[in-house]
Design a protein around this ligand. Structure first.
Ligand SMILES: *Cc1c(COP(=O)(O)O)cnc(C)c1O
Length: 373
C-alpha cells in the first residue's frame, strides 16, 4: 500500500482487468513521471509547447501532424468541433453554431456507445446508419450531405459487427470530401496502429494517452492530415473555445510525449514474450490449484496480446460474486468477466511480475469457497 493513498484511506488495486478509467487507466513509468516533474519547474508558452510537442508526436507516430488533448473522449469533442468549423478562428470562438452549420456526424448504429456523448456535447446531431444485421454503402451515401461534418468510426471488434469495413467508409466519404475520424483509443498493441489508420486514408485518428501508452491518465492525442489537425489546434484548450474546459497542462503534454517516445522504442517482441510468460504462469498456477484456465487471444478490444480465461461453467451470479470477493479482499484485485459472465478474464497488460503470485494465492484460497457452492 502506497503511503500517499494509505494516508488518505484509499485502497490500491491490482489491475488484472484492463486500462479502465475507473481504477486510474494505467501506471506511468519513471520516464513519464520525470518528464512531468521537469515540465512543472518552468514557465513556457503553452501554445508553443502544444505545437512543438505535436510535431514530435507526429514524427514518432509517422504521421503528418498531431494534436494533444486531455484524453480520447476530449479528442472526440475536439475532432467533432474541428470538423464542424474547419480551421476558422472566428467560428471556433462562436458557439453554439448558427443554423445552417455543418452539425451532423454520421455513425453506424452498431457503434453507438457510452463515449459518443463526447461527440453530441458539441451540439452535433448523430445521423445513424445501418444496424447490427448490416449496413450498406447506399445507406452511408444517403446519409452524407451538405450538413455532414464528419463520419466517426469506432474500430473495436465489439462495435464493428454490422458496420461497413473502414476501407469502404474511407473510399465513399473520400469521394465527397467528408473527413473520416477513427476512434482507436485503446487499439494498441500493435504499435503499427499508430500509423496504420492514417495510411489507410483516415483523416483524423484518436488515441488515449493513459491506456496502453502509460502516459498521464488525463492525456490523449489526435494524429492525421495537417489540414484537419490545424482545425483541431483551435480547440486545444490553450485558447478560449468549447474545449477550454478540456485544457491540457504542460505536465501532461510532457508526460505524453515521453510516454509515446518510450512506447514506440520498446522491444515489442520482448513485450509480447513478457505477456506470454505472465499468461503462462497464471494459467499453470490456476490449473494446479484446480481451476480450469486457458490462454485466450486477442486482447479485450482485439489488441495483439494474450489473456487468461478461467472457465467457471456456473451461473453468471457466481462469476460476479467471485470478482467481488477478489476486489473486496486483501490485496484488492480487479478482474474482468467474459461477456456471457461464465469466465473470469485476467489481463497481463498492467500486471507487475510480483502480482502474479498474489493473484494465484488469492485464487487458491477461493477455490475452496467455489467448490463448496
Ligand atoms: C477509453 C476510450 C475512450 C476514452 O478515453 P480517455 O482517454 O479515457 O478519455 C474513448 N473511446 C474509446 C473507444 C475508448 O476505449
Amino acid at each position: 500500500m502506497s503511503s500517499f493513498y494509505g494516508k488518505l484511506g484509499v485502497t490500491t488495486v491490482i489491475n488484472a482487468a484492463d486500462s479502465y478509467t475507473m481504477i486510474g487507466g494505467s501506471l506511468m513509468p519513471v520516464e513519464v513521471t520525470d518528464a512531468m516533474a521537469e515540465a512543472g519547474r518552468h514557465f513556457v508558452s503553452l501554445e508553443q509547447l502544444h505545437l512543438k510537442a505535436g510535431e514530435q508526436i507526429a514524427r514518432l507516430t509517422r504521421n503528418e501532424a498531431a494534436v494533444i488533448t486531455s484524453g480520447a473522449a476530449a479528442a472526440l469533442s475536439v475532432a467533432t468541433a474541428a470538423c464542424m468549423t474547419g480551421a476558422d478562428t472566428e467560428k471556433a470562438r462562436e458557439w453554439p453554431l448558427h443554423n445552417g452549420a455543418k452539425n451532423e456526424v454520421v455513425m453506424h448504429r452498431c457503434q453507438r456507445n457510452g463515449f459518443d456523448i463526447a461527440i453530441r456535447q458539441t451540439g452535433a446531431t448523430l445521423v445513424e446508419i445501418g444496424d447490427t444485421a448490416g449496413t450498406t454503402a447506399a445507406q452511408l451515401e444517403a446519409a452524407l450531405g451538405d450538413r455532414t461534418a464528419c463520419i466517426i468510426y469506432f474500430d473495436t471488434p465489439q462495435y464493428t459487427q454490422g458496420a461497413l469495413a473502414l476501407e469502404e467508409v474511407i473510399r465513399i466519404s473520400g469521394r465527397k470530401g467528408i473527413p473520416v475520424v477513427v476512434d482507436a483509443a485503446a487499439q494498441l498493441p500493435p504499435v503499427s496502429n499508430l500509423w496504420r489508420y492514417t495510411e489507410m486514408g483516415a483523416d483524423l485518428v484518436i488515441f488515449s494517452g493513459g491506456k496502453t501508452l502509460r502516459g498521464p491518465q488525463s492525456s490523449g492525442f489526435i494524429v492525421g492530415k495537417e489540414h484537419y489537425v490545424a482545425a483541431c489546434r483551435l480547440y486545444t484548450g490553450a485558447r478560449n473555445s468549447i474545449a477550454r474546459p478540456m485544457k491540457v497542462g504542460k505536465e501532461e503534454i510532457a508526460g505524453l510525449v515521453a510516454a509515446i517516445e518510450r512506447y514506440v522504442n520498446l522491444d515489442h517482441e520482448a513485450m509480447n514474450e513478457h505477456y506470454e510468460r505472465l499468461v503462462d504462469r497464471l494459467r499453470t498456477g490456476l490449473n494446479e490449484a484446480g481451476w480450469n484456465a486457458e490462454r485466450a487471444y486477442p486482447g479485450p478490444t482485439g489488441q495483439d496480446y494474450p489473456l487468461v480465461h478461467v472457465k467457471l461453467n456456473r451461473p453468471a451470479a457466481v462469476a460476479e460474486q467471485l470478482s467481488r470477493q477478489l476486489l473486496e479482499g486483501t490485496p484488492s484485485i480487479l478482474v474482468a468477466l467474459s461477456p456471457d459472465k461464465r469466465s473470469l478474464v485476467l489481463n497481463p497488460l498492467h500486471l507487475q511480475e510480483d502480482e502474479v503470485e498474489q493473484i494465484l494465492s488469492r485464487m487458491r484460497a477461493l477455490y475452496g469457497w467455489i467448490s463448496q457452492l
